[in-house]
Write a protein that binds this ligand. Structure first.
Ligand SMILES: NC(=O)c1ccc[n+]([C@@H]2O[C@H](COP(=O)([O-])OP(=O)(O)OC[C@H]3O[C@@H](n4cnc5c(N)ncnc54)[C@H](OP(=O)(O)O)[C@@H]3O)[C@@H](O)[C@H]2O)c1
Length: 307
């Protein structure tokens, strides 16, 4: 067995600029702490200013002088995504790491501001649009990385290009939508990496999954009226958010990491443990589906990536 990869392995990140979506809680929050601990400048991209301010205060208390900024981002709104990208770009010339972490899981059928099914709209289309709008900063920052947080749930995911967004709730179930969105995160990662390879800007794309970690994600569960009870129970059963953040951190900073790699916990069933390179299913590597998803995502969001 190789040496365990822990957050102590993170090298100095001074001078690096990092955006984390959904960094006010869970895995995103823990990732922000570690990036800050190692000297990076971190942008907390979150939809709720109150929760984000609380997260910023907690990190600043722990790391006085932390370079930390909150910029509002609602991935369920193309207008908000455009506003976020504009504000970021008018203040920052570089983007070393874009950590596409935010997500919702197992919600009742609903639609984003732009009429996309809520889970696919937030978890996939929102990040697709965000990454596209930030490409100019990524492509001019040496060694930049795009890391997307997927899930073991991708194994249950099925693409259906005749009804990609469960139009009007047709054939919708919370699990189908979540697993499709997580499969989409991987199809997106592998497709964007293929596109990066044919350019000479040196940006790479990777994916990570946390196994099962005790975070706020279960609060979204459509049947969950007892999150106050589930939260403490989860903490007893599952690994911590800090452990869950390690695969994302490794994908973001390990000098050995290469484009297209997927990190997850090395324990049994990839549920917990220290991060290693893991595999994903054949559906996630289907190049035709990846291309179709890319083209549909461009059509739906109106975002075209720079050549
Ligand atoms: N925890 C696990 O066991 C597990 C397993 C597999 C994969 N994952 C993945 O890990 C990632 C992080 O989840 P987590 O477990 O850390 O859960 P979490 O604590 O609930 O964090 C999710 C974050 O996403 C944010 N978010 C949700 N919708 C958003 C939107 N429209 N715009 C901007 N931000 C939004 C949330 O903001 P609010 O606080 O405002 O809701 C929160 O900050 C997700 O992609 C999830 O699918 C988690």
């Amino acid at each position: 067995m190789g040496e365990k990869w822990t957050a102590d392995k993170i090298l100095d990140l001074s001078g690096k600029t990092i955006i984390i979506t959904g960094a006010n809680s869970g895995i995103g929050y823990e990732s922000a702490r570690e990036f800050i601990r190692n000297g990076a400048e971190v942008i907390i991209a979150s939809r709720d200013p109150i929760k984000a301010d609380r997260a910023v205060l907690r990190i600043e208390e722990e790391f006085p002088g932390a370079k930390l900024k909150f910029i509002e981002l609602n991935l369920a709104s193309l207008e908000s995504i455009r506003k976020f990208a504009g504000e970021f770009k008018s203040n920052y010339d570089r983007l070393d790491i874009l950590l596409n972490n935010a997500g919702i899981m197992m919600v009742l059928y609903g639609e984003t501001e732009d009429g996309f099914e809520y889970t696919m709209g937030t978890n996939h289309l929102g990040h697709f649009a965000l990454t596209g709008l930030l490409m100019d900063r990524l492509s001019t920052t040496p060694g930049a990385r795009v890391v997307s947080v997927a899930s073991n749930a991708h194994y249950a995911g099925k693409m259906d290009f005749n009804n990609l967004l469960f139009e009007n709730g047709h054939e919708y179930t919370p699990m189908k939508a979540y697993s499709r969105s997580k499969l989409a995160n991987l199809l997106f990662t592998y497709e964007i990496q293929r596109r990066f390879q044919s350019r000479d800007h040196g940006v790479i794309a990777l994916a990570a999954h946390p196994g099962i970690a005790a975070t706020s994600l279960a609060n979204h569960l459509f049947f969950n009226k007892i999150s106050w009870l589930i939260q403490p129970a989860m903490k007893l059963i599952f690994q911590s958010s800090a452990m869950g953040a390690l695969p994302s951190l490794r994908a973001a900073v390990d000098p050995e990491a290469r484009g297209g790699m997927y990190y997850g916990p090395g324990g049994r069933g990839e549920k917990s443990g220290y991060p290693i390179v893991v595999d994903s299913n054949s559906a996630s590597k289907d190049e035709k589906d990846a291309l179709r998803l890319w083209e549909r995502s461009e059509e739906l969001t109106g975002i075209r990536y720079l050549d």
